[in-house]
Every structure is written in structure tokens, then in C-alpha cells.
Ligand binder design. Structure first.
Ligand code: PLP
Length: 383
């Protein structure tokens, strides 16, 4: 078969300003990184609490490698389950006040494993239009009818729910913090609607875990909605600075997923050292009020500074701070100019965000210091 379309499709992406390429880091993750050979201030990572290169977590991982080796060697159900996996799940369940937790190898795999396990061609999945791609892919894989409502539009959500046959199996699924906009889902309203219309509720706390809630449990904890959310999913790859993901819920949910979730069943268990590292990260998160306070302070300072410069930060209320540019080519040009000034901020373009909403996506972490933020604001002022 001819592969000519590869070249022509990539050329088209280039002409639209949406071509992507990889940059390589030669340093650990952090507020300063060496990227493509250059030391830059980093405003791109999801390492919100600065734990990706934390000495205590590294030590825990190294010790676990000594004790358990590196690879797990098999899927969880065959013979890849080791005690760090089991203990991590026990601790996650305690942390989230749920009966059980189940760990997946990544957030992408969790979303593409949970939704198809629970929903089938006779079910309906209903989600916010700006939900993460992994949720969308999970819904598509499930073969359920897939309804999407305009971003945070509760009236539209209710209109969809009203029309569904009573007794149909349905799930509402939403990000808690939207990954490219940094705004919050109206979770109280969503929980109320899910109860009224008998829908299961799944919340993706990828960006909320570690960041929101007094012990870092996410938006669900912050709003006290634990009892109303059937499926609390989150990643260990962002604020926890590790890798992997979790789902917290009832014992029967865990049992069901172990038996039916293909991305859990048909993949090698996460390396035990990652699970062990995540256990310590969870403890640091639980005790990390000071980290969350620093993070919030940094985010508020930067948000106020950006607004003062006249930038449109959309409805961000979190450490994810978009600067709406609209045009993809212009967003890339701005990112390049900042890079020349020693600052790394990614341009985010369609299809990751809707057409006409290309943006710079800034993320701030607890590891940033005030001078970093001032340096960024100064560079943006003359952009
Ligand atoms: N869900 C959301 C909302 C995300 O932003 C991400 C980020 O990548 C994921 C899921 C996927 O998580 P992971 O990177 O662990 O695969």
C-alpha cells in the first residue's frame, strides 16, 4: 500500500501550524531544566508539588529496586502483583475514604479501561466537551452512545439526561480540573443531576489530586462529595511526581474492573519500584498542606500578573494558566520567543484544544520561586 499520505498529511499539519515535534530534556524534571541543550525556566510540567525529582521518593524507588528488582514480569492477574501494588491500593483507599482502590499503569489506560468495562453498546456515556482525550477514547472504545455537552453547561447536561430512557445504563464523566483550561467542573451540580437521573458518576482527578482538598484528595474532597461520586479516578503522574493511575470506589467496582477491564488485565503490572515510590508520594501529599499553600500562592500571583498585563487567562482557577492566543502559528511564535529568553512554555494547538483557541499553557508549581514568576512576567510584557 502506498504510504505517500504520510508526507502529505504531515505537510498539511505544518501549513496549519499544528505540526508537533519532540524536545529532549537532559536534566531531571524541575523548575529549571536543560532542554535541547539549553538551561531554561520551566512552566510546562504537571509536577505541581515538585515531587518528580524529590530525594526521598528517589530513595524509596532505589530501595524498592534493590528489594523487588526492576520489572514486574507479568500482568497483575498472572504473577506480576507484588506487595507494593497491594499496599499502594490499600493506602489509596484509606486516603480517599473508599472501600477499595485499583492501580492502572497510566491515566490513559485507566480511562480507556474503566469506561469500556462498565459501559456497553446499550449504555450512554455523557461527558463535557473539554474532557481529556483519554476519556473520549474510553467512551468510543465502550461502543456506548456518546453524548457531549458544551463545556460546563449544566442546562445542556440536564437536557440530555431528560431525554434518556428511564432504566438505561448511563454514566456522566468529567475532568475535575480541565487540563488545558485550568477551570473547575461544577461538580456539585453534576453530582445532583447524576443522582436525580440515576446516572453513574465518574470524576477524573488527574489535575486535582494533590492540588485541591485539605489533604490533597482533589476537588471531590474539597467539595465533600466523596459519597456521591461512584468512580474516582486520578493519576500518579502529575502532583505525585510518579507514574500510573488509580481508581477508587466500592469493593464490587474493584472486583468488576479486575475481571473486566482490558487495560488492567492485558498489560504487565507497573514496576514495583514505581508503586513503592507512589506510596511515599501519597504520604507527602497527605501531609503537604504547606506545598499546596505555596502552589496556590504562586498560581494566584502569576494569574494576577498575567491579568495585569492584559492577557486572557480564560476561567483558570488553578495552577494551569492558559494565555489565549487563538491563532496556532502565533502561539508557536510566542513560545519560540520565550524559549530564546530562557523560558519554556508550550503552545497548545488543535486538536488538543478546539479550533481557534490555540494558547500558551503555563503551569506553575510549588517549586517555583517568586523571581521565576517575575522573570516570566517581564518576558511576557515585551513579547
Ligand atoms: N486525564 C486527564 C484529565 C489528563 O490530563 C491526563 C494527562 O495526561 C490523563 C488523564 C492521562 O494520564 P497519564 O498521563 O497518567 O496517562
Amino acid at each position: 500500500m502506498s504510504t505517500g499520505f504520510l508526507q502529505s498529511d504531515l505537510e498539511e499539519l505544518k501549513s496549519l501550524g499544528t505540526y508537533r515535534s519532540l524536545k529532549t530534556m537532559d536534566s531531571p524534571q524541575g523548575r529549571e531544566i536543560i532542554l535541547d541543550g539549553k538551561m531554561v525556566l520551566n512552566f510546562c510540567s504537571n509536577d505541581y508539588l515538585g515531587l518528580a525529582n524529590d530525594g526521598r521518593i528517589k530513595k524509596a524507588a532505589i530501595e524498592a529496586i534493590e528489594e523487588y528488582g526492576f520489572g514486574s514480569g507479568a500482568s497483575r492477574l498472572v504473577c506480576g502483583q507484588m506487595s507494593p501494588h497491594e499496599k499502594l491500593e490499600e493506602e489509596l483507599a484509606v486516603f480517599k475514604y473508599t472501600e477499595k482502590a485499583l492501580v492502572y499503569s497510566s491515566g490513559y489506560m485507566a480511562n480507556t479501561g474503566i469506561i469500556p468495562a462498565l459501559m456497553d453498546r446499550h449504555s450512554i456515556v455523557i461527558g463535557d466537551k473539554l474532557n481529556h482525550a483519554s476519556i473520549i477514547d474510553g467512551a468510543i472504545l465502550s461502543r456506548a452512545k456518546f453524548e457531549r455537552y458544551p463545556h460546563v453547561d449544566m442546562q445542556a447536561l440536564e437536557e440530555i439526561l431528560k431525554k434518556l430512557p428511564a432504566g438505561s445504563r448511563k454514566m456522566i464523566v468529567t475532568d475535575s480540573i480541565f487540563s488545558m483550561d485550568g477551570d473547575l467542573a461544577p461538580l456539585k451540580d453534576i453530582a445532583e443531576l447524576s443522582k436525580r437521573y440515576g446516572a453513574m458518576l465518574m470524576v477524573d482527578e488527574a489535575h486535582g489530586f494533590g492540588v485541591l482538598g485539605s489533604s490533597g484528595g482533589g476537588l471531590v474532597e474539597e467539595l465533600g462529595l466523596g459519597a456521591q461520586v461512584d468512580i474516582q479516578m486520578g493519576t500518579l503522574s502529575k502532583a505525585a511526581g510518579c507514574f500510573g493511575a488509580y481508581v477508587c470506589g466500592t469493593k464490587i467496582l474493584q472486583d468488576y474492573l479486575i475481571n473486566k477491564s482490558r487495560s488492567f488485565i492485558y498489560t504487565t503490572a507497573m514496576p514495583p519500584a514505581l508503586a513503592q515510590a507512589a506510596r511515599l508520594a501519597l504520604k507527602i501529599i497527605r501531609e503537604g498542606k504547606h506545598l499546596r499553600a505555596k502552589l496556590r500562592g504562586n498560581a494566584d500571583y502569576l494569574r494576577a500578573g498575567l491579568k495585569g498585563l492584559g492577557f486572557d487567562t480564560m476561567n483558570s482557577r488553578t495552577p494551569i494558566l492558559p494565555i489565549l492566543v487563538k491563532d496556532s502559528t502565533q502561539a508557536v511564535a510566542m513560545s519560540k520567543k520565550l524559549f530564546a529568553e530562557g523560558i519554556f512554555v508550550q503552545a497548545i494547538r488543535p486538536p488538543t484544544v478546539p479550533e481557534g483557541t490555540a494558547r500558551l499553557r503555563l503551569t506553575v508549581t510549588a517549586a517555583h520561586v517568586r523571581e521565576d514568576l517575575d522573570h516570566l512576567l517581564k518576558a511576557l510584557r515585551v513579547l
